[in-house]
Design a binder for this molecule. Structure first.
Ligand SMILES: [Zn+2]
Ligand SMILES: [Zn+2]
Length: 233
């Protein structure tokens, strides 16, 4: 399928697998930073060790800053920048990447597997509530709504056009924690109309998956998107 095609490219930091068509890149991917030029850095910005023939400069692949070998010693997978192999990163960036990779390794799979919710939206043409399987599309660009009844259709919500993400809570559990019951999405659709979709987690056996899916969806806003104004309350 040409539209979901990927190609291998080589950057100065390593091999990358990116979408053949730039506009089809995952919204969770970002570009590599420019590297700070060698001649602008006389010493390591962390430990101040002076660079010379023995003490070489090392660029962090994530932030592009310059460090000595001991301050930029770790290598870690960086799926955010589409690298195939682990790449060198500074200690600060390693921490951010580790948290982000939890999203790529765990939450992204949950989002793509999907979960069932009772969906209410004015966009479906009626205010009625229908059971629906919500999942992230394979190219990660939109949330799809697959209804269990075939007379309801709702176009996918494009991730980059979701501007509000509110977790709906109802009361507290015995430990005093608020109980999440669903999630509300506000996004702009293809015809530039504002759409509000309310997803309510079902009771019973399907509830656990629905809650895990909602937690994963929140990570979309706080981990993986850097220029989005997604909020959760
Ligand atoms: Zn150093
Ligand atoms: Zn860094």
């Amino acid at each position: 399928m040409a539209s979901s095609g990927k190609k291998l490219v080589r950057s100065k930091s390593g091999l990358k697998m990116v979408a053949s068509n730039q506009t089809k890149n995952s919204p969770f991917c970002t570009v590599e930073p420019p590297w700070i030029p060698d001649n602008q850095c006389k010493c390591c910005i962390v430990c101040q060790k002076k660079f010379d023939i023995v003490h070489r400069r090392h660029h962090c692949r994530r932030c592009g800053r310059v460090f000595c070998s001991s301050c930029c010693n770790g290598k870690m997978a960086l799926p955010r920048m589409c690298f195939i192999d682990p790449v060198r990163q500074c200690d600060t960036c390693l921490q951010v990447t580790a948290r982000e990779n939890e999203f790529f390794d765990k939450h992204l799979k949950i989002l793509m597997t999907g979960a069932q919710f009772a969906l209410t939206s004015s966009a479906t043409g009626s205010e009625t509530t229908s059971m629906c399987l919500c999942k992230l599309a394979p190219d990660n660009r939109a949330l799809k709504f697959e209804f269990c009844t075939d007379n309801v259709v709702l176009e996918p919500a494009v991730i980059e056009k979701i501007h509000t993400l509110n977790v709906i809570t109802s009361g507290c559990d015995p430990q005093g924690n608020q109980v999440a019951t669903g999630v509300e999405l506000l996004y702009t659709d293809d015809s530039r109309e504002e759409q509000l979709v309310q997803l309510t987690a079902p009771e019973g056996a399907l509830r656990r998956q629905a809650i895990m899916w909602m937690v994963a969806l929140q990570r979309v806003s706080d981990t993986a998107l850097n220029s989005q104004s997604l909020t959760s309350t």
